[in-house]
Write a protein that binds this ligand. Structure first.
Ligand code: ADP
Ligand code: MG
Length: 354
């Protein structure tokens, strides 16, 4: 039996803003096993980073959360002060979207990398330094001794991101939360960093939440995928089930918008028409209805819950008219007959949004 590493139950995050309440995460639940990689995909603004930061209890001052978070069987709200330090210094680590968030511009790499190890692992200066060199080698940084003496601004963006990953791995976390760890990097560097994270996951049974807006990356790396939109999980399932048997029209639209290696290089991607909803004034019904080919009038009444058969893989979707089901086909046929969706999106005669 593999242990459950992370258990999130009905997480809601609200921000109070001058324009009112903004719900960035709207009832997300998630379970992650030891050694498992769960990818969260979704367009920008869907709440991925807020969700990730909330998991390590880093909420902006204007934020509040409800719902519970358990890591390794411990509820993070019940940790003592010293347990917290250990927890978020050793057991759980995060790679932030922007490497400069984690790096101190006026300290050498050396100090930044060894500090946590000396503090949490009680290492001597020279032990920590040896390990720092080893870690930099692990993230494929050439001449690590030289790099250790440098400041963050002396390194390229790709190097900085690798240093941040080395820092996150320094204390051998059991759970790594990586928020778009490679978005700013070129494709070859991207691949080698993702390969490295994969190796570490297998070697150390580390669990990982990999946040990416790239479904292609998620497909290659994750055991399961959650598709997030407007603060909600729209569809969750084992990676292959999600690709071969996707149910949510949003997942389908995302898939249609990524490059397909089988297509000729000049073929155009289909961007998803429209924009995500304003979270300060969210719609009553499904958050995706305003952009959805399947949207019928019931979609405007209430947000569909994340349901699905209770199979071993737990494939679930939050849609009243899912892709590849009689309900979905009926919705498409009805919209086709109306010439538009329930939210007034015009359709052509083959059921595409125009
Ligand atoms: N401190 C904050 N105050 C108000 N709104 C915030 C704050 N932090 C994030 N948000 C909002 O929460 C939503 C989700 O943001 P984010 O999690 O960064 O999206 P993603 O990472 O998916 O691109 C966005 O609308 C963003 O503007
Ligand atoms: Mg983000």
């Amino acid at each position: 039996m593999t242990e459950t590493m992370l258990r999130v139950n009905d997480l809601v995050v609200d921000f109070s803003t001058p324009s009112g309440n903004l719900r960035a995460v709207d009832g997300v639940s998630l379970e992650l096993s030891e050694g498992e990689t769960f990818a969260i995909v979704g367009e920008s603004g869907s709440g991925k980073s807020v969700f990730a930061r909330t998991l390590i209890d880093l909420l902006a001052g204007n934020g509040s959360r409800s719902g519970s978070i358990e890591v390794g069987g411990r509820n993070i709200d019940e940790l003592t002060r010293s347990e917290r330090k250990h927890f978020f210094g050793v057991e759980v680590a995060m790679v932030f979207q922007d490497p400069m968030t984690s790096l101190n511009p006026v300290k050498r790499i050396d100090a930044q990398l060894t500090e946590a190890m000396r503090y949490h692992l009680d290492m001597s200066k020279s032990e920590a330094k040896d390990r720092a060199i080893w870690l930099l080698k692990q993230v494929h940084i050439p001449s690590p001794e030289k790099r250790l003496r440098q400041y963050p601004h002396e390194l390229s963006g790709g190097m900085r991101q690798r240093v941040v990953i080395a820092m996150a791995l320094a204390c051998e976390p059991r759970l790594l939360i990586a928020d778009e760890p490679t978005t700013a990097l070129d494709v070859t560097v991207q691949k080698s960093i993702l390969d490295l994270l994969d190796e570490l996951r297998v070697d150390r049974k580390m669990s990982m939440i990999l946040i990416t807006h790239d479904l292609g990356v998620a497909r290659g790396r994750a055991d399961r995928i959650g598709v997030m939109y407007a603060g909600r999980m729209m569809e969750v399932g084992a990676t292959e089930a999600l690709f071969s048997d996707m149910r949510h029209p949003y997942t389908q639209a995302l898939l249609d918008s990524i490059p397909n290696p089988a297509m000729p290089s000049h073929s155009r991607l289909k961007p998803i028409p429209g924009r995500p909803p304003n979270l300060l004034d969210p719609p009553k019904g499904c958050a995706f209805a305003a952009r959805c080919r399947h949207a019928r009038y019931d979609c405007l009444e209430e947000a569909p819950p994340l349901d699905g058969p209770d199979g071993p893989e737990g494939h679930r979707w939050a849609c009243f008219h899912p892709v590849g089901t009689p309900e979905g086909e009926a919705a498409l046929a009805a919209n086709l007959q109306d010439g538009e969706t329930a939210t007034g999106l015009p359709m052509n005669e083959v059921g595409e949004l125009v």
